[in-house]
Ligand binder design. Structure first.
Ligand SMILES: [Zn+2]
Ligand SMILES: [Zn+2]
Ligand SMILES: [Zn+2]
Length: 109
């Protein structure tokens, strides 16, 4: 069995469905909302007032559809079952990539 980092037990890692950005759950505290009125999907950062859950288009309250949104583009994300942590920058990476976004190669177990 490969050794697993402490962090792996307590932390979730998500990958953006849109831009494929990989991040720890604590890097994104902005849930994703969907407006029941006009269907716009948005997170807190691009909400009506920038900090709530009112639709940026019509101002109605949106309902939460996910706990996290991509910190890069604000789109919906999926939790990664397996991933590895870069030894250089400590950022998570999807298991199918051999190189971190910082340029460091995946360390051999
Ligand atoms: Zn993204
Ligand atoms: Zn709306
Ligand atoms: Zn890295």
């Amino acid at each position: 069995m490969p050794s697993q980092s402490q962090r792996k037990k307590t932390t979730k890692v998500y990958q953006c469905d849109s831009c494929e950005h990989v991040f720890y759950d604590y890097d994104s505290y902005s849930p994703l909302y969907e407006c029941g009125e006009c269907g716009t999907v948005f997170n807190r950062d691009n909400s009506f007032d920038g900090s709530g859950h009112n639709c940026p288009d019509c101002g109605k309250f949106g309902s939460r559809i996910d706990d996290v949104s991509c910190p890069e583009c604000g789109e919906q994300c999926s939790e990664l079952e397996s991933w590895w942590e870069c030894e250089e920058c400590a950022n998570p990476n999807a298991d199918d990539s051999d190189q971190c976004s910082c340029g460091a190669a995946k360390a051999e177990e």
